[in-house]
Design a protein around this ligand. Structure first.
Ligand SMILES: NC(=O)c1ccc[n+]([C@@H]2O[C@H](COP(=O)([O-])OP(=O)(O)OC[C@H]3O[C@@H](n4cnc5c(N)ncnc54)[C@H](OP(=O)(O)O)[C@@H]3O)[C@@H](O)[C@H]2O)c1
Length: 240
């Protein structure tokens, strides 16, 4: 019996920080394209989550791992996300826009559903966390599919959280980490004002040294999970 933590996008940024700071002994598995550094000791399931045709095999793998380990505690965190393509709808590359919708909105719901299937009927403490963003509720011109994807994840958490309060007992949360010092922020700062009119705000936050380190956000997130929360919670780490 081994506890489990499965994190999408743990090859870098917040996902890697989360996987390096798991506060209980566990088998830790990353799902991403490139994988965590070998020295991290974190397992890697290689997947491009925009490839919908690969989702079923990936979920089968998760079901099989959970079935084998029969964990007392398991956590699934959908952290993988992308801002690409940054720009106004109708002006950006169509295939990239499709991939944005698939990764930010659909993948989290489908893999989250797969994890619930995997732990269904098991005794233990099981958590599903969707990493969200302030962009779920505030309009940012240039981030339409990203913001809509995060809003979809939040509403999925509200609905499935309510279901799990009726039966199942899995705890669900959507957690916004704050503005983090990661590759995603570096990408934001490189944008033109034409594609992303709010770019100045993010350049200022960086210049004023006001970005949160992914390690600080990860530590806060684990504290939330370890101290307990109501299923269906939507939370911004900046408020704690
Ligand atoms: N940074 C911020 O200020 C901020 C603010 C609010 C919310 N967030 C959210 O926090 C989460 C982590 O962001 P971050 O800043 O750590 O981003 P990041 O440094 O860009 O890392 C993104 C992660 O997602 C994975 N990923 C991207 N596309 C993928 C794909 N097609 N298939 C599988 N994995 C994929 C990447 O792995 P591979 O490239 O190896 O596939 C990487 O591990 C995201 O959900 C983001 O929306 C970030």
């Amino acid at each position: 019996m081994t506890d489990l933590v499965i994190i999408t996008g743990a090859s870098g940024g917040l996902g890697l920080a989360l996987s390096r700071s798991v506060p209980f002994p566990a088998r830790i598995i990353d799902i991403s394209r490139s994988g965590p550094p070998e020295s991290s000791g974190i397992e890697h399931l290689q997947a491009d989550l925009t490839n919908v045709a690969g989702w079923d095999d990936l979920i089968e793998e998760i079901v099989s791992i959970v079935g084998k380990e029969k964990p007392d505690r398991a956590v699934f965190i959908h952290n993988a996300g992308t801002l690409r393509p940054i720009g106004f709808s109708g002006e950006v590359a169509r295939v990239e826009y499709e991939k944005n919708v698939i990764l930010n909105s659909a993948a989290g719901q489908v893999l989250g559903n797969g994890f619930l299937e995997a732990v269904h009927g098991l005794e233990g403490t099981f958590d599903v966390v969707m990493i969200t963003s302030g962009a779920a509720s505030k309009a940012y011109p240039g981030w339409s599919a990203y913001g809509a994807g995060k809003a979809a994840l939040e509403h999925w958490v509200r609905n499935v959280g309510a279901e799990q309060q009726i039966r199942g007992g899995v705890r669900l949360a959507a957690i916004a980490p704050g503005v983090l010092d990661t590759a995603m922020q570096a990408q934001i700062r490189e944008q033109s004002e034409e594609d992303f009119p709010d770019v100045g705000r993010f350049r200022d936050l960086h210049q004023d040294d006001r970005l949160t380190s992914p390690e600080v956000a990860a530590s806060k997130l684990w504290k939330v999970l370890e101290s307990g929360f109501e299923s269906g919670t939507i939370l911004d780490l900046r408020s704690i």
